[in-house]
Design a protein around this ligand. Structure first.
Ligand SMILES: Nc1nc2c(ncn2[C@@H]2O[C@H](COP(=O)(O)OP(=O)(O)OP(=O)(O)O)[C@@H](O)[C@H]2O)c(=O)[nH]1
Length: 325
């Protein structure tokens, strides 16, 4: 039997810095071919646009969260990839799965033990959890998923330490150590990390996981926080960027705590490149993305993930932020 393919699950709460880390990993001259599976919460896949594609095989899984509704898809995608690899149609030596920020990693990890086909071809190497030093204290207070992500981690990477004081970082590190004493903690600045810290760490020890959650292999169902939902704004009309910014400032002032994550690609008047716009709670920003193609339909797509957000009001306000709005 041939060697099993190592798999790394990259998890972390919404906006923690998973894609930033993934880009770093893919950008390193490691000489390895990596297949990436991207899962997004919400109808559109933005991360795919944010990833700087090289030789990697990138497969997107939208319309649900990997840990529940699309777990069947994950099994199918892994099966397809392994089959194509056997036939020589694709060539990769490891798989990286970026879960949604709302995923409970346990059911994703379970897939590698309970599905026979998957277990034959793949071996779970580790769960890597990115923790946002600025927003984690509150996320850990409020969200079960954020706690699970820390609890199941084999490595915890602390991002955004540049945004908070040293005392806050130390307090958070003490809290994380208490929640998960077995996972080494590392600081990462915009995803900068030694690859040896995240790949081939053989961190996944089923015995430890079973100690943490004795019914790990049986418990296939789990619940998300019902109040958390997502919606998408789409439009072909160019945005008046100043107007949009003004609206966003008001919106984050009012709903910042409930607004877990928002991100998208914008068609901005007078700009020939896509504008990548994203934020976490009250912090948001924009960067220039890829140029729009010749004759390409310039559609803006913005996904919002939050708790009890006034969807219709937000969509109507966005519709008034276009140049002819
Ligand atoms: N200041 C600071 N910002 C960071 C750091 N790491 C990531 N960011 C920023 O945080 C924002 C979110 O980063 P992403 O990598 O998209 O986060 P994500 O976890 O993939 O987000 P979702 O997939 O939506 O859950 C981006 O604006 C990043 O540039 C860091 O170390 N410091």
């Amino acid at each position: 039997m041939s060697e099993t393919i190592p798999v790394t699950i990259l998890t972390g709460f919404l906006g923690a810095g998973k894609t930033t880390l993934l880009n770093r990993i893919l950008g390193e001259a490691h000489g390895q071919r990596i297949a990436v599976i991207e899962n997004e919460f919400g109808e559109i896949g933005v991360d795919n646009e944010l990833l700087q594609q090289g030789d990697e095989q990138i497969v997107e899984m939208n319309n649900g969260c990997i840990c529940c509704t699309v777990r069947g898809d994950l099994v199918r995608i892994l099966g397809d990839l392994a089959e194509r690899r056997r036939r020589g149609a694709v060539n990769f030596c490891r798989v990286l799965i970026e879960t949604t920020g709302l995923a409970d990693p346990a059911p994703v990890a379970q897939t590698f033990f309970v599905d026979e086909g998957v277990a034959r071809d793949y071996r779970l190497d580790a769960i890597i959890t990115v923790v946002d030093a600025k927003h984690a204290p509150r996320q850990l207070d409020e969200c079960h998923e954020a706690q699970e992500q820390v609890g199941f981690a084999d490595r915890i990477l602390l991002s955004k330490t540049d945004l908070v004081s040293e005392e806050s970082v130390n307090a958070l590190m003490a809290r994380l150590r208490a929640m998960n004493p077995r996972a080494p903690l590392l600081r990462v600045h915009f995803g900068q990390v030694d690859l040896r810290e995240v790949l081939d760490i053989r961190g996944f020890d089923l015995r430890e996981i079973l100690a943490l959650e004795p019914d790990f292999l049986e418990d296939v169902s789990h619940e998300h926080d019902d109040a958390v939902g997502s919606f998408v704004y789409r439009s072909g009309k160019p945005f008046d960027f100043a107007r949009l910014f003004y609206f966003m400032e008001i919106m984050v002032g009012r709903f910042g705590q409930e607004l877990l994550r928002y991100k998208g690609i914008l068609n901005v008047a007078g700009c020939d490149r896509r504008i990548v716009f994203q934020g976490v709670h009250m912090m948001f920003g924009d960067t220039a993305g890829l140029p729009w193609g010749e004759g390409e339909a310039r559609e803006s797509q913005l996904v919002f993930i939050g708790r009890n957000l006034p969807r219709d009001q937000i969509l109507a306000a966005l519709a008034s932020c276009h140049v002819d709005g």
